[in-house]
Design a protein around this ligand. Sequence first.
Ligand SMILES: [Zn+2]
Length: 532
Amino acid sequence: MKHAVRFLSTVVLCALTATAEERVDLDTIHRIKTEALENSKVMEHLFYLTDVYGPRVTNSPGFFAAADWVVKQLGEWGIPARLEKWGPYGHGWSYTHFSANLIEPEYAPLIGFPLAFTNGTNGPVTGELVMATLANEKDLENWKGKLRGKIVLDGSARELPLSLQPLARRYTDSDLGTLLLAPQPVPPRPNAQGNGPAGNGQPANAAANRRFQDQLAAFLREEAPAVVVRGGSGRSDDGTVFGQGGQRDPKQAPLPPMVVLTPEHYNRLVRLVDHNIPVKVEFDIETHIDDRTDSVNVIGQIDGGRKKDEVVMIGAHLDSWQGGTGATDNAAGSAVMIEAMRILKTLNLKLDRSVRIGLWSGEEEGLLGSRAYVKEHFGDRETMKLGAEQAKLSGYFNVDNGSGRIRGVYLQGNDMMRPVFDAWLKPFADMGVSTISIRNTTGTDHLSFNEVGLPGFQFIQDPLEYDSLTHHSNMDVYDHVQGGDLMQAAAIVTSVIYHAANREEMLPRPPLPKPQPPQRDGTDNRSNPPSN
Ligand SMILES: [Zn+2]
């Protein structure tokens, strides 16, 4: 009897795995690899998105020009594409001139750039330098009424420790081994809806920080200093400057001029002031507020055949911050997705389901473009009221972790997708793809799909110099993108979307999430940390 039961269960198990055997088309994978590796155009796409149209701050002229270029380019390949409006986002911001110079005691150009959503100086300005750290409510009280027309050095000088670490790195086997393991479970906190006393899922410090940012913005608008100067965030040095935006409030005027400098230059100003040496600096900043308040996502589609009304999607955010040309964040991901569409079309691959590309705006301000798209087409995460299209979208694949090659994928907890990815990615093991992690990764546009119960995935990518050099910095430029890595990624994404389009079944999806309470615009990072 015992043998009969064991035999039976083995049969069932084999049956299950047999039926679940994922179909992989090696002939087509071979053709895709050949096109992606021997006839690649991915760095051409990157060139236009960066050197020609970068940076692409949402609703800035550079963003709209890049979006138009993508629509035109896809069209030239016979892929219908359009700009899909969403909004209101608010006015776009861009800058058209920036100079910062130490005039006295000796002349020196200062390396930096203006924070987004801040005003220009209306011509060159000089002014008395004041050391005024504005880090908490007490600081604001102390400096109230004392900063009008001043050039404010906000923050003390920062030690720059000697770093013996290489700037760039690739995941080691042990790094990938860690990702293979599920994270340690954390027992739920009984009293809080989320994990902060605020009870709305936001870490208390995040909520407190956002409250202070609002107070600081109101204070600066009231005080009207000539320029607020900061010395780059902790990762900055060696002329590299990391910086994003001041507080963005579509209902209010931009903030007074705010600038971030490389710490070596910022520290010199602080030391001069500390020694009571007379210092003269000059800033000349020109910024523009764009009239358009609605934004757009770029949507293109290759229609499928026998399952044409079912869709699989690839995507990346097209918008960027202003320090460099938004190369690794995220022209890299956008170029990979454009290249995947080119390869599908060039090889004229048979597609049962339609393949759709979405290049989003507003990601840096809080996944705004992809969330607007998902709400318009698939469902409302606040009520979990779903649209008819939700049942027709099989899955969404995202690239937005820099320009590193793909090493695997995050399953976002979707165990049912493990054997699917296992089969799809195995043919790329010799290109460094080995890791299927059950973990969630956050901070980018696949989350917008997960929030309404749709399978949405971000690939695991080599970190390269993303955190150490390019992510939201003035060094986020074409030269810091690894072409070979993007070619590898384009081959893999094309193969994944081809197999998803021709898979007999729709992709397995987890149960619908619970409705999520309304979220404030911008920096509110209830369901994800600040965006990638
Ligand atoms: Zn990004």
